[in-house]
Design a protein around this ligand. Sequence first.
Ligand SMILES: *Cc1c(COP(=O)(O)O)cnc(C)c1O
Length: 365
Amino acid sequence: MSRPTEITIDLAALRHNLQVAKSLSPNANIVAVVKADAYGHGVIDVTNELSPHVEMFAVSCVEEAMVIRRGGVDTPILLLEGGFCEDDYELAAEYQFHLVIHSQQQLDFLSVAKIKTPLNIWLKIDSGMHRLGIEANTALDYVNQLRNMEAVGAIKLMTHFASADEVNRDFTTKQLNRFTAVVNTLQAKTGERFALSMANSAALIQYADARAEWDRPGIMLYGVSPFEQNNDVVNQLTPVMSFTSKIIALRNIDTGESVGYGHTWTATKPSTIATVAVGYGDGYPRSAQSGTPVLVNGQRAKLAGRVSMDMISVDVSDLKDVAVGNNVELWGKRLSVNEVASWAGTIGYELVTRMPKRTKRRFEA
Ligand SMILES: *Cc1c(COP(=O)(O)O)cnc(C)c1O
């Protein structure tokens, strides 16, 4: 048998999570966000699975969108950071990519690009996150410029929330109000009615007012909660990624003996230590602290000492019938990636997205 470290991608769970997202906003068009290799899940398999059920995909840039096209999927794709040069606009026109416009520089690229079919533009308005987007008081000027370009077809308006995952609703409410005010002004002054898009996963779940013609769920499709606290909706989600390995060595150590690099964990009683074939070279976070939960044969045990490149040590002293070859789940259906992430000072988004190439990926229908 080869080294047993792998991630399993449950495509049925992906479909299920999409249904949960759709149930929140039954009339919306779904833009499934699949940037960064579908949050580390494998963008070709994920888009092939979802394409019959969503209206659009979203990625960061043309290069990511081309991977999807080459994978045989012809669903429209939105480029969330828009074009980075003239060529991007020409490719977008050729391959039916929708583009975010968030700056004057992008309008300038668009105005000189040689485009045969009109482009779908998503004008991004900064409603308070101050990351991407045009300022509210320039929106009319942008719409007028866009309307004067032959290369421009439909224009949608979008914004993005900074803290829709938080318990306190004040900031998101402020962003919603600002965005609504811009939309109302634009519609009054142009006489045009614009399709809107606001919600990421957290907003889709928590803010009925943020649900619009086009919603943009990402993390929830992968069965990972965007929140620190669970709620009724996230309890319906099923984790798509399972990260597993096996025990490759087992030993008993005496009280006072320590484990791993830097001997940072010391036995306070005679202990049994399992060595598992997974480390930071496989995507397990090196920052995971001693005590991080690990499932051995479905039972909770604790990480003991530092994470190595290829191995971790787990204190299995309190578990019954542990043997070399036993299955270990690092995260998945019975141990959430968010719980592991909290022991490593990060969030589930980062852990699933940064899985290295080295780790084998297996897809289950
Ligand atoms: C990544 C992203 C999303 C999806 O966010 P989730 O929190 O993963 O649901 C939506 N909109 C934009 C603009 C994004 O960059």
